[in-house]
Design a protein around this ligand. Structure first.
Ligand SMILES: Cc1ncc(COP(=O)(O)O)c(C=O)c1O
Length: 366
């Protein structure tokens, strides 16, 4: 057979996604992983319960596409009706479905910047236009420019992240109510509450009054189940049914569902453990604030966080990140460009991991 002409496969991609690159993560597993907002306090918690459940799973059959038991448990947990819940392979999948369902080429999607990157990526894939309203220099949400963008850009979908990733910042209920009232009823409002459990405030009580409102949650963060990929949306029955139009026949595997159920059997114990994360978030913020106050790094800034991580900004960011990496601790760095220049996001780990990080940081500054 004659040798085939070499083709640049990337050039065959649809024009609007030529700029996309495959999502890569680190190859080596760090000794201490504090880079992805996971919950290390719950490591290994669900294995035994899942092992018991696995024996019951009819692996030769397709999974329950309705995720009946899981939706019922989530409904009970959140005091909503079963048909107000939609589960997905991570809330990532539900974000993708929302964009697929509602965004036509050229439609606007409004969010803030910096925030979770998947809103923009999914919009790009749908050939929509992303409008990002900058947070201020201290990463606080700016209601006035956001309201102006709602009126001027007329977006089809609005993504609001509360608490926000990667800043940890929150938006007051008063401001969220103002936004809800200002957004037209034919605009989809997504409130991404991936970090809700570390904050405790939600707009879930508004879904009955706003049929265009979707609340997103995940089991990846507070519930320690990032490896399983289980997220969910809560909204009006009409909204859930509408998004379900783009849902593939089978999404969460029987194993995913079993693991999520095993996890939800332990909600009271998980809630206890959450207090440790919250306590350590405050300790970690204080630790960095002290470095500033004592003059160890007078340029260091610590941003208030209501999530399971702390964001700091310092001219030392690149060197500090390198020191931590050399010592087996992986955190999330953001390079030297853009709104997150010289920022580091540190996930709250277990007590031992947090202390280890603090010792290395102290030595770095000696
Ligand atoms: C704000 C926010 N939303 C959604 C997600 C996606 O979570 P998952 O797909 O693991 O449920 C993340 C993950 O980091 C996030 O930070």
């Amino acid at each position: 057979m004659a040798p085939q002409k070499k083709i640049d496969m990337h050039k065959l991609l649809r024009g609007n996604i030529q700029q996309l690159k495959p999502y890569h993560v680190m190859h080596e597993t760090p000794k201490v992983k504090l880079d992805a907002n996971e919950n290390n306090w719950l490591a290994g918690w669900f294995h035994e319960a899942l092992t018991k459940r696995i024996k019951e799973i009819p692996l030769h059959q397709y999974p329950d596409t309705e995720c009946t038991e899981l939706r019922s448990k989530l409904a009970k947990l959140n005091q909503v009706e079963n048909d107000q819940i939609l589960t997905g392979v991570g809330s990532d999948q539900i974000i993708a479905w929302i964009v697929q369902a509602f965004v036509e080429p050229g439609d606007g999607v409004l969010t803030m910047n910096p925030t979770f990157g998947m809103y923009a990526i999914n919009t790009l894939m749908a050939d929509g236009s992303i409008f990002e309203v900058p947070l201020n220099d201290c990463f606080q949400f700016q209601p006035e420019p956001f309201l102006t963008a709602i009126h001027e850009e007329g977006p089809k979908v609005v993504f609001i992240t509360n608490p926000n990733n990667p800043t940890g910042g929150i938006i007051s209920r008063e401001t969220l109510n103002k936004l809800l009232r200002a957004i037209p009823s034919d605009t989809i409002i997504v409130m991404d509450e991936a970090y809700y459990e570390f904050h405790g405030e939600s707009m879930l009580d508004k879904i009955d009054g706003y049929p265009n409102l979707i609340i997103l949650r995940t089991l990846s963060k507070a519930y320690g189940l990032a490896g399983v990929r289980a997220g969910y949306a809560m909204a009006s029955v009409d909204m859930i049914e509408t998004i379900s139009c783009v849902k593939p026949p089978y999404h969460m595997s029987s194993l995913d569902q079993a693991a999520a159920l095993a996890c939800l059997d332990m909600v009271p114990q998980i809630k206890e453990e959450l207090n440790n994360v919250i306590r350590w978030r405050e300790k970690m913020s204080d630790f960095f604030r002290q470095l500033k106050e004592k003059g160890t790094d007078s340029d260091l800034e610590v941003f208030p966080s209501a999530a399971n991580f702390v964001l700091i900004r310092t001219p030392q960011a690149q060197r500090l990140n390198a020191t931590l990496r050399k010592n087996g601790i992986s955190i999330r760095g953001y390079g030297t460009e853009g709104p997150l220049a010289n920022c580091l996001r540190i996930t709250i780990g277990t007590e031992k991991e947090n202390r280890m990080l603090q010792e290395i940081v102290k030595k770095h500054y000696e």
